[in-house]
Design a protein around this ligand. Sequence first.
Ligand code: URA
Length: 438
Amino acid sequence: MHMYDILSKKRTGLALSREEITFFVEGFTKGEIPDYQAAALLMAICIRGMDEEETTALTLAMAHSGEMADLSGIPGIKADKHSTGGVGDKTTLIVAPLAAACGVVVAKMSGRGLGYTGGTIDKLESIPGFSTNQTPERFAQIASETGVCVVGQSGNLVPADKKLYALRDVTATVESIPLIASSIMSKKLAAGCDCIVLDVKTGSGAFMKTPEEAQKLAETMVKIGQMAGRKTAALITSMDCPLGTAVGNALEVEEACRVLHGEGPEDLRVLSIELAAAMVWLAGKALNLEEARKLAAEKLRDGSALEKFKQMVAAEGGDPHVVDCPELLPKSPYRQVLKSSCAGWVQSIDTQAVGRASVVLGAGRETRESPLDYGAGIRFFHRTGEKVEPGEALAELFSQRKEALAESLAILKTAVKIGAEKVGKTPLIYAMIPENNA
Ligand code: URA
């Protein structure tokens, strides 16, 4: 088999065979196929696309390019949850203990934030003492004993994706549904769970700017999961304004704890229940989605999810008192308020710009090596569609670096649009795939 023939076949729009795709992924991972040929294939895929069989073959070849996590030593049905990336998206902190409280085992690997999107691992590490770096044995022990454990990625999982993603990043080939779907799903398959729930974001802060594009990505990923023998479902949800009110690591932990205490913002609570319900339903812990939703709402209301979260924090070395006493979380000393200059309605919030403003404050990373300021971030007082008066506070910014406040404030000013026209709120959840079978 020759890479030249594979390239010319995809260039002319023909479908590649499983053998050709595997030849490429294995050869590229081993360093036998050079970057220039891999880049040419990525561009051809971007332009010509891939059908379902090709995309599944690509995903499976990538998943098998390194270690495959073996969770068979952990009793119970294991379910994973993945978000395609957002700003203020702290749902894993709520959904993981909530699903566990419903009897699903959540043994999950999560990522760090990069650029304008945050990462669950950074949020958890803002809890004093918390270590996301557990040995595979300890990970299995915590998941078996408490039903929930979230750690950073360990081992040599999906090396093909690491190499391919780095190449896509510099060859303008990130925005391709088969490439995004295979990148995400290869990691989910290698992570070893029986059930996978995907939260596919759409809007100003998402890869997929329209619900239609998000739907296409979601359908592709659900199909791949099913073809690979995993129970898979996806929700298509809004990233047209930050989820909840807090953006920034410790601020988000505090907000997640408020939801676990039965308080907190409505959108975050509703989405967390929906995602947990989907995991419960896929794992067969309820007869249908409606029953799963009721169970999740009840386990949130009666404090079982809160208790699970405390157990997980303690098991991973963190101080469980932060769950009841958020003042124990890191705080950044400098603050500034963004005020509305006029009366009107919040027309829109550019979520990507909010993410950039939070990076300037120290809440996110510009490069993989950037240090984090756990207390830094933004707390919003208004959402899209709400009425504001002149001089009213729209948001409060926090940082350890006083000089970062002005730069971040300038970005945020352009991100929040106030206008005279009354606007409606955008839906939080657009669709579920497969369609709700309740
Ligand atoms: N997230 C991933 O892991 N891969 C992509 O290609 C896009 C988003």
